[in-house]
Unconditional design. Structure first.
Length: 368
């Protein structure tokens, strides 16, 4: 057994879990909000191959993102304290939490927007935060030693909402898709933004418009071509797969059919094979189905992938082994995650976890 010491007053006792079994292509993190327990599921071949407890973290700490915050990992977790705005990194390697570090605090008027490799200068994932009032962005890096450092990014009008992150145009860095949410003639317009390090700003291009009957439910590499597509759901239940063509600066959509309304999207990742993402869906009973796009049928083809019932929810999916920093499938919802109130964006590295997290034991029996 071993121990992981996080912020003052937090001690995690470790009973080592076995490493992911052969055939694992993705790790899925699930949590139980009623008691703060986290679990890791190893998936591959459209099946759950193994499942293990990771540990418990007390309220008010909630999941923010998965990413690469320690070299060689892809399933490291970032949690945020919804009372103070503090971020805590949990380094996950080989199905175990190997270390934990309080990386900094950001005012609660700054909402987590997404994760990626935005400036191309680091092998570690970076966080993009947005101010709830002004629409301004800040780019944060978890530097060596677990210290969060931030820099201002020019604002984008609040009429545009973050809809997803990925490599939409063949860019070597992570890009951001935003959509106009007004009720005027421009509603539905999509813009693709790329971070410009030289000016610390986001450069945007209008890539087209989709009807109000379509909603973006996720972004992933469903074609296996190394680029990111947008998955949209029509109000009649049909799914569409949209790709961006940089040469013509346009979007093209493919109708891929309907899936029963009793299932909802809970994540994207390489659940079947490495190098290609699938869409994970779940019904109210906890049954998982994983859908892969089949080009010959021009449709999503689904397969069952076990069941995990409430109150357990999917937080994120990451490639295993890692394929690079800030991969777009390393988070469940690549959009704004609000935390309410607060002020300022100072980053003191001193805020502790609440006392209710002290001496939390590691649970060793996988959830059934």
């Amino acid at each position: 057994m071993g121990q992981v010491v996080g912020e003052p007053g937090f001690l995690l006792t470790i009973t080592p879990n076995p490493p992911p079994p052969s055939g694992t292509t993705a790790d899925m993190i699930m949590s139980n909000s009623s008691n703060g327990t986290y679990e890791i599921y190893n998936a591959g071949g459209n099946a759950i191959l193994a499942a293990y407890q990771l540990g418990q973290v007390g309220t008010p700490w909630t999941f923010a993102a998965l990413g690469t915050f320690q070299a060689g990992d892809s399933s490291d977790m970032i949690l945020r304290n919804s009372s103070t705005g503090a971020f805590e990194a949990y380094y996950v390697s080989g199905n175990n939490i190997t270390n934990a570090a309080l990386v900094g605090t950001v005012g609660l008027d700054w909402n987590f927007a997404g994760i990626g490799n935005f400036d191309g200068a680091s092998s570690l994932s970076e966080l993009m935060l947005r101010n709830a009032s002004s629409g301004s962005f800040e780019l944060y890096r978890v530097a060596g030693g677990g210290v969060l450092s931030g820099s201002s990014v020019a604002p984008v009008g609040n009429n545009f909402q973050v809809k997803g992150f990925g490599n939409f145009s063949g860019s070597p860095v992570t890009q951001m898709i935003m959509q106009d949410n007004t009720n005027d003639a421009s509603a539905g317009q999509l813009e693709l933004y790329t971070y410009q390090p030289s000016t610390a700003s986001l450069a945007g291009v209008n890539v087209g418009k989709v009807g109000s009957n379509l909603s973006i439910v996720g972004c992933a590499d469903l074609l296996g071509n190394g680029m990111t597509q947008m998955v949209m759901r029509q109000n009649n239940g049909n799914f569409w797969l949209y790709s961006y063509n940089a040469a013509s600066n346009s979007l093209s959509g493919i109708l891929v059919g309907a899936i029963g309304s009793n299932f909802h999207v809970v994540g994207f990742g390489p659940l079947g094979s490495a190098g290609r993402d699938e869409m994970l869906m779940q019904d109210a009973a906890g049954n998982f189905e994983v859908y892969q796009y089949n080009a010959s049928l021009n449709a999503f083809v689904g397969n069952p992938m076990g069941a995990v019932g409430a109150p357990w929810v999917v937080d994120g999916i990451a490639a295993d082994p890692p394929s690079g920093a800030g991969t777009p499938t390393a988070q469940l919802v690549q959009a704004m995650a609000g935390f309410g109130g607060g002020s300022g964006a100072a980053i003191p590295n001193t805020a502790p976890l609440g006392a209710d997290t002290s001496q939390q034991p590691l649970l060793t029996t996988p959830h059934a």
